[in-house]
Design a binder for this molecule. Structure first.
Ligand SMILES: Nc1ncnc2c1ncn2[C@@H]1O[C@H](COP(=O)(O)OP(=O)(O)OP(=O)(O)O)[C@@H](O)[C@H]1O
Length: 320
């Protein structure tokens, strides 16, 4: 199993008139081949910023430090043009609000032609491949003669999934791909993504969501994000059945049953709210809300502690 993505003290900020928003601030994580890494956390914790920065950071977003190695390529050193070359073939994305990701003024056919040309491929072959993959996802051939506006929400979502996975990317980033769908379409999309992964059309995936039940259906690994940092990461069932970080415990413990759709927007049953990312606390960012806080938590940032079997937690409770 090779490493697909390794983030080391990776930082992504926004430049604003009031100062820097430290949206991703020292993230360490490794995604290995065939992983489906679920990333969960409350609204505003930096999930989309992290994913967008791996695709193509655009101002006011900028990489503020650390490294992001994709295979043998250091992403932080690439120009926008070099990054665009990786898109779809190496790294691909199903963006948040992907319903609006298709150009409205072009028929799918014409969009595919432009896409094939931009990747130096034969438009006919690409169109045939699209039709074949679209069929797998239950879309009729006639879709290529339609404008995105003519497709229903579910059809658009599937068309975006076909496009995002057409070139069998090394890494697929799915950023809340089901958030705007009804429950039955959500389940269908998850099954499709899993099927594409199972067929090795998608080799490795990062799946961002608010929804623990969804992540449990698809992920092999789970990362918990809080205020710009990964506070815990490990094999999915291990993190769910043996959560170590007080925040993860609250998150998992606040779910009435894992079988129902449960979306984490703001965590209830926990005092306070996530810190302002302009000026986060200097020690552990969870310290002001943590039921187990100690003096050291206010002063020093906790290191990522290795619990073995790929399970890591950033919390002073476990430092010996
Ligand atoms: N263009 C921007 N300029 C300044 N700050 C921004 C910008 N976009 C996002 N932010 C801030 O960055 C932080 C992280 O936002 P981000 O959208 O990455 O969080 P998220 O976890 O994906 O939230 P959600 O689940 O609601 O999509 C938030 O504090 C947000 O207000």
């Amino acid at each position: 199993m090779g490493e697909v993505l390794v983030l080391n003290n990776y930082k992504v900020y926004y430049r604003t008139l009031k100062g820097y928003v430290k949206a991703v601030d020292g993230v360490n994580l490794t995604v290995e081949e065939r992983d489906i890494l679920g990333v969960i956390g409350e609204s505003g914790c930096g999930k989309t910023t992290l994913m967008q920065s791996l695709i193509l950071p655009k101002p006011p977003m900028f990489i503020a430090g650390g490294s992001a190695r994709f295979r043998n390529v250091e992403l932080t050193k690439l120009t926008g043009e070099e990054r665009r070359k990786l898109l779809l073939t190496k790294i691909s994305v199903i963006p948040q609000y992907s319903m609006n990701a298709l150009p409205v003024i072009k028929k799918i056919k014409s969009f595919l032609k432009d896409l094939a040309e931009s990747k130096g491929q034969d438009p006919r072959e690409i169109t045939e491949l699209f039709i074949e993959r679209a069929k797998l996802l239950g879309l009729p051939r006639s879709v290529i003669d339609m404008y995105p506006l003519e497709l229903s929400g579910g059809m658009k979502q599937r068309a975006v999934i076909v496009l995002a996975t057409m070139f069998s990317p090394d890494l697929l980033i799915a950023d809340e791909p089901t958030s705007s769908l009804d429950t039955s379409t959500q389940r269908y999309v998850i099954e499709l993504l899993w099927d594409l992964w199972n067929k090795k059309i998608v080799k490795t995936m990062i799946f961002v969501t608010h929804d623990i039940a969804t992540v449990r259906q698809i992920a092999t690994k789970l990362a918990i994000m809080y205020a710009g940092k990964i506070v815990e990461i490990g094999p999915l069932e291990e993190v769910i059945t043996n959560p170590l970080h007080p925040y993860t415990r609250k998150l998992i413990g606040s779910i009435p049953t894992l079988d129902i759709n449960y979306k984490i927007k703001r965590l209830t049953g926990l005092k306070g709210s996530p810190p302002n990312l302009f000026n986060p606390p200097k020690g552990c960012r969870f310290y002001p809300r943590c039921p187990n806080a100690q003096e050291i938590c206010r002063e020093r940032e906790p290191p990522l502690i290795d619990f073995g079997n790929g399970h890591f937690v950033a919390c002073w409770l476990y430092a010996s």
